[in-house]
Design a protein around this ligand. Sequence first.
Ligand code: NAD
Length: 366
Amino acid sequence: MICKIGVIAGDGIGPEIVAEAQKVLDAVGEKYGHVFEYTDILMGGCSIDAVGVPLTDEAVAAAKASDAVLMGSIGGNTQTSPWYKLPPNLRPEAGLLKIRKELNLFANLRPAYLYEELKAACPLRDDIIGDGFDMMIMRELTGGLYFGDRYTKEVNGCLTACDTLVYTEEEIRRIAVRGFDIAMKRRKKVTSVDKANVLDSSRLWRKVVEEVAKDYPEVTYEHMLVDNCAMQLVKNPAQFDVILTENMFGDILSDEASMVTGSIGMLSSASLNDTKFGLYEPSGGSAPDIAGLGIANPIATILSAAMMLRYTFDLDKEADAVEDAVKQVLKEGYRTGDIMPQNGESTEKIVKVGTAEMGSLIAERV
Ligand code: NAD
């Protein structure tokens, strides 16, 4: 297969971690007979420095011409970088918002997976962790409260603020379809999260999810109220496979779920539209504090590339090979600085490695 990948290396640690993901993809290509063709795309601070704006129309066109985009991260130190003296629409993050909009990326996926070897980084008790957990938070990204009309004004002498939460049937249906599709590639369970005991938008959400569920008889589904879901995530995380939810609930729940897995350097993510196209990136930022030191953890970006293989290219076997290689490297005791044993855990058989070495170790095990 020939796979056309747009590559946004970005700022800070972005270029370092993306290079390692490409190294792993190339190893996949060699082993399984695929060709990964890369097109570099400028976005973020590096684009501001080069051409004065965080994302040009040419860059958007290059992304649209790709099958998928692999991204590192964009942005700099928000206190000290000159990029943050620019008006908001010219700052690095404006590029990210623009590309999400231009590519219509309405579905955000964030896996929360607990690696056996990194259990100590999980803040939950051993009896709650049990045999670990493996869930996917699927968050609607372009509708709901963050995009509704809003105002702050004085009403009868009292300052009043209003935000509106709007969802259309179509917006709910397209994310629900993606959620059930993803569940079909996993353990075939969907937990749809809403606040249907209070909100009209949630009652519509529930109705549409039930309609979509009829097309997926193999998938078990349930509804859960968001307040209960927040509790269940720390009480019994193993019960979840795919959590399907709207924008604001997903914003909060995905952070909660990712924090119970430990390091930010391990967290992959994907944003999808209604085609096979996706933008794949680590959940963390550009980590300006460690940029250029060769110590950043590339695993989140490598796992994002594995998601790309699975969800854009339907190369499940290849995606499994990358995920297994990551597990293998951790099992053999290799760690970047951010995932070194803590809290008095034994460091026997643990080998500290840098960004490039971690990438090479994973590529060799693909
Ligand atoms: P950050 O995620 O960059 O860093 C938070 C902490 O996590 C830092 O101590 C950093 O060293 C560490 N860290 C992050 N990724 C790591 C990795 N792969 N390996 C080891 N350690 C890692 O968050 P921040 O400091 O709040 O933001 C820095 C910049 O990144 C800002 O400009 C912010 O806007 C931007 N940002 C970009 C994205 C994106 O590109 N999607 C997302 C979040 C933040």
